[in-house]
Design a binder for this molecule. Structure first.
Ligand code: PEP
Ligand code: MG
Length: 539
């Protein structure tokens, strides 16, 4: 038995086999093969396997996100049947005796460059597809396809770190717990773990060779136990049972009000990253969606999601929520959430860099496509739109001007659209300090404590080394929240919190005292925050 300690970012117990996730990066060496015919047969086999995988992904995507969003997998299948592509690989293997991996990578790059140089947006966009599908073939050729989760048994997933673009591709139903060597408490992997309601540890320096071994994750003490002895196994099985009983107790709070013993009421909403998360919002009885991180639609896609794709996603969420408020945040890409097809430059300080509203105000084509989809979806439910990373009144005025232009063009075309409340994330010290002036411009504030803490304390939220300095209850952050609530109320607008701090039940009383109107938390936290509200005496 072996105990390895890290930092827990979400409590709970998980018991199951360990699976070590390997990064996708494949170093491809250019070697010459002895038997080109045999090498080509190996390539053909890999292509067949890739097509099978794509068919499975296509079917899964159709049922989860609809045919239109799934079409990308069809495009990938077609690329693997393209004569020019196949002939190019064949030539490199048979004529020049290159190894298949190198031939595929080289062909992919040639095709991608050719697509990128075309004078047609649709064709240009195919550059990332040809790279993507070729990576799949290379992964199969190099035997690295085991990185995903195969087999039927759910696993404890161990990884160096997980980027949001990787987590979106994992089969969540097969993950009992996340354990990463890197990552930090506020990284998106941690947020995902909270959304999924599973224990997660970061900063765990696990050794090599744990694949397939039995493990236990103790999300209370922050420990990963490898090959537990019988006494430990029994102890944790009992704890797991108790956990399940507590969950049952929380279930009884469904349908109950979020009202303190003193009679104060607060709205309790939930945060989501995709359409699929809505079921969990409804299951956990949240009163609305306080933050839909729309950038995950972009991260899940190999190209800019179209207006139609976005419209469908937003409409589906709005309709599923049956008139309850759905606050959709416009694209917050950049920093740790990067997307190859945006073609963003590497930056020295990405968290302080080109991200979120800054990209949208520069790339108004992308912004307007999203706003059109949002306003069209607003005709089908109670949608509010929220803008991230605001630092000035001028930005808000520019945004409002753009929203007016978007609505005017929808009207002119005769396209159906609805009205939407407009709000901003208060997640920069500038926004908190200017909350008085900003409150006069918008319908609501939602405080993003993850970034507000990062920028107020000058602590990179991605840097696990800084977790010990990252005082989540730091008085400067609490003061910024209090000030924002007060300024918002002075202007008659409502103020919520959608950062992770909203779920910290040791602060529920503090937030109630400050007069916070809404808390938006991971779906799995809704009932425990409701419990804290109902146990509070605040009036
Ligand atoms: C925040 O910054 O608190 C927030 C909710 O947004 P994100 O975590 O997506 O940056
Ligand atoms: Mg943020």
């Amino acid at each position: 038995m072996q105990d390895i300690t890290g930092k827990a970012v979400f409590g709970g117990i998980a018991i199951g086999p360990i699976h070590v996730y390997q990064k996708k990066a494949h170093e491809i060496r250019d070697t010459r093969v002895e038997d080109p015919e045999q090498e080509f047969a190996r390539f053909e086999e890999a292509v067949e396997k890739a097509k099978e995988e794509l068919q499975v992904l296509y079917d899964k995507a159709v049922s989860e996100v609809g045919e239109e969003n799934a079409a990308v997998f069809e495009v990938h299948q077609m690329m693997l049947e393209d004569d020019d592509y196949l002939e190019s690989v064949e030539g490199m293997i048979k004529d020049d005796s290159y190894n298949a991996e190198y031939a595929v990578r080289n062909t992919a790059e040639e095709f991608a460059e050719m697509f990128a140089a075309m004078d047609d947006e649709y064709m240009q966009a195919r550059a990332s597809d040809v790279r993507d599908v070729s990576s799949r073939v290379i992964k199969i050729l190099s035997g690295a396809e085991e990185t995903g989760i195969s087999g039927d048994r759910p696993v404890i997933l161990l990884a160096e770190d997980l980027a949001p673009s990787e987590t979106v591709q994992l089969d969540k139903s097969k993950i009992l717990s996340f354990v990463t060597r890197l990552g930090s408490a506020n990284s998106h992997t941690s947020i995902l773990a909270r959304t999924m309601n599973i224990p997660a540890l970061i900063g765990v320096d696990f050794p090599e060779g744990l694949e397939g071994k039995p493990g236990i994750v103790d999300g209370f003490s922050g420990t990963l136990i490898v090959e537990p002895d019988e006494a430990h196994l029994k102890h944790y099985q009992d704890l797991l049972l108790k956990e399940q009983e507590r969950k049952k107790l929380l279930e009884e709070l469904k349908g109950k009000e979020n009202r303190t013993k003193g009679g104060r009421e607060i709205k309790l909403f939930a945060n989501i990253g995709s359409v699929k998360d809505v079921d969990s919002v409804i299951n956990n009885d949240a009163g609305g969606i306080g933050l839909f991180r729309s950038e995950f639609l972009y991260l899940e896609s190999s190209d800019f999601p179209t207006e139609e794709q976005q419209f469908k996603a937003y409409r589906t969420v709005a309709e599923k929520m049956e008139g309850k408020k759905v606050i959709i945040r416009t694209l917050d890409i950049g920093a740790d959430k990067s997307c190859d097809y945006f073609g963003l430059d590497k930056e020295e300080n990405p968290a302080l860099g080109y991200r979120a509203i800054r990209i949208c105000l520069d790339r108004q084509d992308i912004f307007k496509t999203q706003l059109r989809a949002l306003y069209r979806a607003a005709a089908f439910g109670n949608i509010a739109i929220m803008f991230p990373m605001i630092i000035s009144v001028d930005e808000v005025r520019e945004i409002k001007k753009i929203t007016e232009e978007v609505k005017a063009s929808l009207k002119e075309e005769g396209t159906e659209y609805g009205e939407a409340e407009l709000g901003i994330m208060v997640e920069t010290p500038a926004a908190a300090l200017l909350s008085d002036a900003l409150a006069a411009e918008v319908d609501f504030f939602s405080i993003g404590t993850n970034d507000l803490t990062q920028y107020t304390l000058a602590i990179d939220r991605q840097n696990a080394k800084l977790d010990r300095f990252n005082d989540t209850h730091h008085p400067a952050v609490l003061k910024a929240i209090e000030m924002t609530v007060e300024n918002g109320h002075n202007h008659g607008i409502w103020v919520g919190i959608c950062g992770e701090l909203a779920a910290d039940t040791s602060l529920t009383d503090t937030f109630l005292k400050m007069g916070v109107d809404e808390l938006s938390v991971s779906p799995s936290r809704v009932l425990s925050v409701r419990e804290a509200v109902r146990n509070s005496d605040i009036y």
